[in-house]
Design a protein around this ligand. Structure first.
Ligand code: AMP
Length: 312
């Protein structure tokens, strides 16, 4: 039996389904969770299906997550989307679940499901969710679900820019338009930034630095966020401001959440950076990885290790 049929059979067999994802929500994890919930809800009438994901202000147009009681996890089928490692689950109650299906597009370092549907060549998890939707017999979904899938596909591909994008990705975006998604409206919503964020971007441009071989980086501390009146998640988005600068094929946004929790968002054009991320306890994709460290000494070590990649 192919993997789509296996997953569809499991959905048919279980009346209670909970969808979870990863910590530090982004467009792909929220989009995948809502897309999957909406397709299950509308195609398989009568299922009790809920999605758990963290609130992120810039994604509020997709809707808030569902209220879920602790006890609901015990007899539910849990479908984890866009999360490579159980330890990075957004909802720790996943550990109470007896059956987990993992659907993901990160390297499968921790196959924690009893079914693991992992396609790490896919540009987003939302694309896999859309593939699953297209395989459903008598499929149905709400426009909200389609918009969520579109948001996941667009945000995880840098709006169809990254190398992971294929002709097939474009065809699926075309289908989403055919099904009624207003891409311009969503793009405008996602692109909107506040005056405060724009000012913080100015700070990033003023204060960014480069390692000897061209790793461009900027550091945002809690004091800076407070000064500019910008939330942690909004500041995290500044990683995009450092992209595509001539002579800087790797870039890093260092966003200090609190003194012993410093998040490094690492990006590159071509050079794989996920091995360096893994060496420092992080992980992710070849050209987009994340690491959380406890001190600036380690941040410097990460910058040095990335700089070495450019030297070689
Ligand atoms: P970020 O810059 O934090 O958005 O991370 C970029 C990509 O790496 C995302 O796909 C994350 O899910 C993934 N990622 C971030 N941190 C980790 C980690 N500690 N372990 C595994 N994957 C991670």
């Amino acid at each position: 039996m192919n993997i789509y049929k296996q997953i569809i059979n499991e959905i048919k067999k279980n009346d209670k389904i909970i969808i979870t994802t990863h910590v530090r929500a982004d467009g792909d994890c929220v989009g995948s969770a809502i897309g999957l919930r909406e397709m299950i809800k509308h195609t398989f009438k009568g299922k009790d299906v809920k999605a758990s994901y963290e609130y992120v202000d810039y994604l509020k147009f997709l809707g808030r997550c569902d209220e879920i009681e602790d006890s609901e996890f015990e007899n539910a089928l849990v479908i984890s989307v866009d999360n490579a490692e159980l330890s990075r689950a957004n909802d720790k109650r996943i550990e109470k679940a007896s059956k987990i299906i993992k659907i993901d597009h990160h390297p499968n370092v921790n196959p924690f499901g009893y079914i693991n549907f992992v396609e790490d060549e896919k540009s987003s998890c939302a694309e896999i969710i859309f593939d699953l939707f297209l395989k459903l017999p008598r499929r149905k979904i709400s426009i909200k679900g389609l918009e969520a899938i579109y948001t996941g596909m667009m945000t995880d591909t840098g709006f169809l820019k990254y190398k992971s994008v294929t002709g097939d990705t474009f065809k699926k975006i075309g289908l989403l338009y055919d099904f009624g998604v207003d891409g311009t409206k969503i793009r405008n919503t996602l692109d909107e930034i506040s005056i405060e964020e724009l000012r913080l971007k100015g700070y990033v441009f003023e204060h960014m630095e480069s390692t000897p071989n061209g790793v461009l980086y900027a550091i945002i501390t809690p004091e800076i966020r407070e000064k500019y009146n910008v939330e942690y998640d909004e500041a995290s988005n500044m990683v995009g401001a450092l992209s595509n600068v001539e002579g800087h094929p790797i870039w890093v946004l260092v966003n200090e959440y609190k003194p012993d929790e410093i998040r490094c968002r690492v990006r590159s054009l071509e050079i794989p950076i996920n091995e360096v991320a893994r060496n420092f306890g992080g992980g992710g994709h070849k050209n987009a990885s994340g690491i959380v460290v406890k001190d600036y000494e380690t941040v410097n070590k990460i910058l040095n290790a990335l700089d070495e990649l450019l030297k070689n």
